[in-house]
Design a binder for this molecule. Structure first.
Ligand code: HEM
Length: 167
């Protein structure tokens, strides 16, 4: 269950980053298709929040396999901080996304299709600047996470991939 939720959330987050950086960021706000993409982006953001909450509860309530050691005390201390960092970062990204949406009156424009145009740009909103900066930080944390997983799998050879694929 934990492994399934991990991969589901991972896929959704990578899709959200791709939609954000490769679609939303390069589309002008007067492009009529931007509202459709924002609808997917905002709805998927809420889904991620719900799935992460469920995963957090399941993680707290079920037995977890013991933490794998890297053999290095510093790395072993960083690992749980980085894992909780994912929860904090994603909560903040969703929060700043919502705040941007509310400041720009997106629920009416995007979900209720009020017919009003999108604001000329989101760049004037400080919440958008933070949303973007946190999304960039999330990319960095994901790269670190993948490098650490590969270190376990290929250098320590402790079968981490099998554990994460099959629970
Ligand atoms: C895990 C969840 C999320 C991730 C990873 C994410 C990521 C991103 C990224 C990478 C961008 C493009 C930033 C740029 O322009 O360079 C973006 C833009 C945006 N996001 Fe999110 N986002 C998430 C959730 C949300 C939620 C829940 C909302 C609102 C309810 C939201 C609203 C927006 C808005 C309004 C923009 C501005 C579109 C634009 O750049 O023109 N996001 N997001």
């Amino acid at each position: 269950m934990l492994a399934v939720l991990h991969w589901l959330v991972a896929l959704l987050i990578i899709a959200m980053l791709a939609i954000g950086f490769f679609a939303l960021a390069i589309m002008p706000n007067d492009d009529p298709h931007k509202i459709d993409i924002l609808e997917v982006h905002m709805a998927a953001g809420m889904l991620i929040l719900v799935l992460m909450f469920i995963r957090f509860i399941v993680r707290m309530c079920t037995a977890r396999p013991p933490q794998l050691s890297t053999g290095n005390r510093l790395f072993d201390r960083i690992a749980p901080i980085a894992h909780y960092g994912f929860y904090v970062l994603i909560l903040l990204i969703v929060g700043t996304g919502y705040a941007t949406g509310i400041l720009a009156r997106l629920p009416a424009i995007v979900f209720a299709r009020s017919g009003q145009p999108l604001p000329l740009s989101f760049a004037t909103l400080p919440t958008w600047t933070v949303h973007r900066a946190l999304a960039i930080a999330l990319v960095g944390l994901i790269v670190l996470h993948v490098v650490a997983a590969c270190y376990h799998q290929f250098i320590k050879k402790d079968g981490l991939f099998r554990r994460m694929l099959f629970g």
